[in-house]
Design a protein around this ligand. Structure first.
Ligand code: FAD
Length: 614
């Protein structure tokens, strides 16, 4: 029965969808399947359940079992945790799609925009075991048979994208390809946050969203985020892809999962003497293509005429005009041929998106890392949660094979952040938690993460072994809340001016108010928003000035700063409902007390005493 051609047209369309090997075919067969079954993916809330109900096909059922199992996890709250949220994901690379799947499982409406028209990246990625486990949990075995192999530890980028695209579509994610994101459009009139897209797929009806996830890869960074550049000693990587005809002879050639010079000096010595090619390491994997990646020494590239002229600046050295592409192809070809003992018959380059031999050379020692992972922007009273995932967040050092593993972790962490947002957790807390988790990302290895993959979920505590979700506190992420007073009504504008460090007028008024109302108290001299407050006496004096019955100043000891702060903060919370923005111990330390947080806190104290006079 398993080998029979299906007679039901929807079954045949499902087979075509599952077997599709290009992005375009996946989308076309998916649309045809939806038409056939009369289900509308725009109806994202019920789309998956309707699809399941109408496609009564054993092959599809095997996929539903997997997806249902994942979707039943308590974190998603029956796909209702983010039922009110709309998310725009920039980039249909592996990490953008992985994030989109999680957001859809949380119940959000998700739109992915991808500027490329096709998935054309042949390069093969080494995967950590948990990533394979994760993909199988999404039904990848049903979507790409190859992944069923027990010892598989690598996959081409395009196959990974195809698997995730299929899962995303089934869950009701809308994916627009050949559409470039060109920036955010601020809310205006009744309209919320939208995006400038080119070409604009919805000229009349813009997609409004409250969550924006950027997964645009290493060189893309949305406005509001900053990258730190990490640069090491020059290291030149070369990737080359050759056509895999999947013959028996090709099947017999062994893969090379990483030969480094220090482990096999003879191999590299022979390569150099026989071909003039000098490498630090080489990897060979098979997937849709025969994929080779190697680190080449500059001297041999110059000698073989691949690089025309020597420059100390890496960008100039590897600039297009300084590379002889024919010589590069010969270099890559010879290295591939030698390292496989010339056993791969009829080596022929696979082509890239531009129809040229798929060979690339790049400096991989310059990497970027975002300074923070999240941001909340508010305009006209409309908040937008922004997050980075994948290479856009942390660009990996490729020889370590960390790109997808850490990229998926970041996708889960980001989904966890969106979940908190959807559940109404205060936005500063959402940001503080996200940044606390982000601190751990660059240190994760297969050894220091939880080995029990079955327990993995978007909850960071299931994956990171030692995670403190409050390592970063609310007062430390104030700067990640970006509210632009230009768009606020005047009353709010005044308040915002008080709260921001740079807005001198409001801050100076606040300082004068504090000075006036603490004048004459022993041990208190307010000159600023930091040192003057560390003993806690100034805060207690302010309370005493307005409510003398609440506090006995003579009982306070200047050297017991933490106690004084705690007493004052408790009173302010009880009497004026003002939540603390720092721990008492931080306020008591001149190194930890934060000016912006103090301004924010004292603004509320000011408002509390002046507007609610008893
Ligand atoms: P990308 O894959 O870069 O995807 C970003 C997507 O965003 C792209 O499709 C792009 O077209 C789209 N985009 C960008 N700007 C816009 C815009 N304005 N509008 C719309 N769309 C946009 N990782 C591993 O885990 N294992 C390995 O063995 C490994 N080997 C590697 C070898 C090499 C030589 C290199 C260079 C990298 C390697 N990596 C490896 C890293 C891995 O490829 C990346 O970590 C991974 O592809 C990142 O996925 P991503 O989704 O974050 O970004």
């Amino acid at each position: 029965m398993a080998n029979q051609e299906p007679t039901d047209p929807s079954h045949a369309l499902f087979d075509l969808f599952v077997g599709a090997k290009t992005c375009r075919d996946v989308q076309q067969h998916f649309s045809a399947l939806c038409v056939q079954l009369q289900v509308d993916p725009k109806d994202y809330r019920v789309f998956y359940s309707k699809l399941k109900e109408r496609l009564n096909y054993w092959k599809a059922k095997a996929l539903w079992v997997k997806i249902d199992k994942r979707a039943s996890h308590k974190d998603y709250q029956q796909r209702k945790a983010c039922a009110k949220n709309k998310c725009l994901v920039l980039g249909a690379g592996p990490c953008g799609l992985r994030a989109a799947v999680e957001l859809a499982l949380l119940g959000a409406q998700v739109l992915v925009v991808e500027k490329r028209a096709s998935f054309s990246r042949n390069n093969v990625l080494h995967l950590w075991p948990y990533t394979i486990y994760d993909l199988r949990g999404l039904g990848a075995k049903k979507l790409y048979g190859h992944i069923a192999q027990p010892y598989l530890d690598h996959i081409s980028i395009r196959q990974l994208q195809l698997i995730l695209l299929k899962v995303a579509l089934v869950l009701g994610v809308e994916v627009l390809t050949a559409v470039e994101f060109q920036g955010l459009e601020e809310p205006s009139g009744n309209k919320g946050w939208t995006a400038k897209l080119h070409p604009n797929p919805h000229p009349t009806l813009a997609f409004e969203f409250d969550v924006f996830i950027s997964a645009g890869g290493g060189s893309f960074l949305p406005d509001g985020f900053k990258h730190k550049e990490l640069r090491g000693k020059l290291a030149i990587g070369i990737t080359a892809n050759f056509t895999n005809r999947h013959t028996a002879a090709e099947g017999q050639v062994e893969e090379i999962s990483g030969v480094a010079r220090i482990y096999n000096q003879k191999f590299f010595h022979d390569l150099l003497t026989q071909t003039g090619i000098d490498l630090e390491n080489i990897v060979y994997y098979k997937d849709d293509t025969h994929y080779f990646v190697m680190t080449a020494k500059k001297k041999s590239l110059l000698k073989k005429g691949v690089i025309k002229q020597d420059y100390s600046d890496a960008e100039q050295l590897l600039a297009r005009e300084n590379v002889d592409h024919d010589a590069l192809w010969r270099y890559a070809y010879e290295a591939a041929n030698f390292s496989t003992n010339r056993q791969l018959p009829d080596l022929e380059f696979a082509t890239n998106h531009a129809g040229r031999p798929d060979v690339a050379m790049f400096d991989f020692t310059c990497m970027h890392r975002a300074e923070h992972a999240s941001l909340v922007r508010e305009r006209r009273g409309k908040k937008l949660l922004m997050g980075l995932v994948g290479d856009s967040l942390v660009e990996p050092f490729w020889p370590l094979g960390t790109g997808i593993a850490r990229g998926f972790f970041a996708a889960f962490d980001t989904a966890w952040m969106v979940r908190s947002w959807g559940l109404g957790v205060p936005y500063l807390k959402v940001l503080a938690e996200r940044e606390s988790v982000y601190q751990l990302l660059s240190q994760t290895t297969p050894e220091n993460t939880n080995k029990n993959y079955t327990s993995y979920s978007i909850d960071p505590t299931t994956r990171y072994r030692h995670v403190n979700l409050s390592a970063i506190q609310v007062h430390q992420v104030q700067h990640l809340y970006d509210v632009n007073d230009k768009s606020l009504p005047t009353s709010k504008k005044n308040k915002a001016a008080h709260l921001r460090q740079g807005s001198a007028g409001g801050v100076e008024d606040l300082l004068r108010w504090c000075q006036k109302n603490t004048a004459g108290y022993a041990g208190v001299e307010v000159k600023d928003f930091t040192r003057s407050w560390t003993s806690g006496l100034a805060l207690c004096a302010l309370i005493h000035h307005f409510r003398p019955q609440l506090i006995d100043m003579s009982s306070l000891n200047e050297s017991d700063a933490v106690h004084n702060h705690q007493r004052a903060m408790d009173l302010l919370e009880q009497e004026l409902s003002i939540s603390p923005v720092m721990a008492a111990s931080d306020m008591a330390s001149s190194a930890l007390i934060d000016k912006l947080s103090m301004v924010l806190y004292l603004t509320q104290v000011h408002d509390g005493f002046t507007k609610n006079k008893k």
